[in-house]
Write a protein that binds this ligand. Structure first.
Ligand SMILES: [Zn+2]
Ligand SMILES: [Zn+2]
Length: 205
């Protein structure tokens, strides 16, 4: 005698209701959900393909822009984690503000446009308040009457020895180099990966 085992109840992949499948291959509860499921899968495949094509069609400057976005994303996470991991609120490197209501950017010490050799170097970039220090004061390198400035911020963050060495590094000569497409793509994927790791840590803190 052939005994069929009654299949266990399953959750429909589309509408999430429980149903009793006819066989183990059934993953949706009804025909309507079946059509919906096929459409979703088609759309997913299409989006994956489009994304891949879009990446392949990126120009050199697109690639450089995306690489820079990834480095900046990493820097924001790195510097937020620097403070959060010590139980302190993250601060702007140039003015020290910790206000949670303002927007924070990743601000270059040596400007990205004027110093392409340091544009993608995370040592040259730190968490900074976007409106005042980054935009209005062009990085606020030397400070003003009420703020310490980027230089003093580096010393405050890294200590005198390490801080002075970093400033020395940032103000010395660096060869201009042209990145290949692959190098830019690697920078993008690597820094996005590192940023994601830190963002998870920050979320869990
Ligand atoms: Zn369903
Ligand atoms: Zn600031």
């Amino acid at each position: 005698v052939f005994v069929t085992k009654q299949p266990k109840q399953k959750k429909c992949r589309v509408c999430k209701t429980l149903f009793t499948p006819i066989n183990s291959l059934q993953i949706v509860c009804c025909g309507k959900c079946g059509i919906e499921y096929v459409n979703r899968e088609k759309k997913k495949a299409f989006n994956t393909k489009t994304k891949k094509m879009r990446l392949e069609l990126m120009t050199y400057s697109d690639r450089k822009g995306k690489a820079l976005d990834a480095v900046k994303r990493f820097v924001r996470a790195r510097d937020r984690w620097r403070f959060i991991s010590r139980g302190k609120p993250p601060e702007c490197i140039s003015c020290g503000t910790t206000s949670p209501d303002i927007q924070y950017a990743a601000g270059h010490y040596k400007t990205a446009g004027g110093n392409p050799e340091l544009a993608l170097d995370p040592k040259n970039i730190h968490l900074q308040c976007n409106h005042r220090c980054n935009k209005m004061m062009s990085g606020n390198i030397n400070g003003d009457k009420t703020t310490r400035g980027y230089n003093a911020g580096i010393i405050a963050w890294y200590g005198e020895e390490e801080g002075l060495a970093l400033i020395e590094y940032l103000t010395s000569h660096h060869e201009v180099r042209k990145y290949s497409h692959d190098e830019l793509d690697n920078i993008r994927t690597e820094y996005n990966r590192l940023a994601l790791e830190l963002e998870k840590k920050i979320k869990g803190a």
